[in-house]
Design a binder for this molecule. Structure first.
Ligand code: DQA
Length: 170
């Protein structure tokens, strides 16, 4: 294989097989054990079931990944940059990773930034999101339901771009 050739493989589908790729970042694999006051008791497999159920309800395919390695997260953005939409929760990287921000800028479709907790109402440093300017959809503080809302907004952006109104955090 030519080095890097997997990065040029387009994966976007037709309307019958649109693809949502969900990327979870650092520490999100341990949802269910993290502070309940911020994240509740939901586990990552449960979040992934919710998000993919919503995507499939709209006729989309759905793929989920989680990594604790920043470079791997960037690679996952690269290889999935032609997906019809990306939904990301980069965890703590949200607040400082310009590498992830620059990778997300390469996405062909809309990007949703989702957080279980309300990052605007926590520590000062969490109020900064360096990926916000490359996200068409932002949802925070809505728990697992926020993922459903983000999927609906992404589907609307892709399928009815003229009608869609990008969501604000609630
Ligand atoms: C988070 C919020 C981040 O500040 C934190 O570092 C996380 C999870 C959320 O989903 O609320 O790991 O992205």
């Amino acid at each position: 294989m030519i080095p890097g050739s997997e990065l040029s493989e387009p994966t976007a589908g037709t309307s019958a097989s649109r693809l949502l790729v969900v990327l979870h970042g650092v520490n999100l694999g341990l949802l269910g054990e993290r502070p309940v006051g911020h994240y509740g008791r939901v586990t990552l497999p449960e979040v992934e079931a919710i998000v993919c159920e919503e995507a499939r309800a709209h006729g989309w395919r759905c793929e989920c990944h989680q990594t604790d390695h920043e470079g791997e997260f960037v690679r996952l953005v690269h290889v999935n940059r032609h997906a019809d939409a990306l939904l990301v929760n980069p965890g703590a990287w949200t607040h400082y990773s310009y590498a992830i921000r620059d990778a997300l800028e390469l996405a062909a479709g809309p990007v949703a930034e989702v957080h279980l907790s309300d990052i605007e109402r926590r520590e000062e440093w969490r109020k900064v999101s360096v990926v916000a300017d490359v996200a068409s959809v932002r949802v925070a503080g809505r728990g697992p339901e926020g993922y459903r809302e983000a999927v609906r907004a992404l589907v609307e952006l892709v399928e009815s771009p003229d009608a869609a109104t990008p969501m604000k955090r609630s």
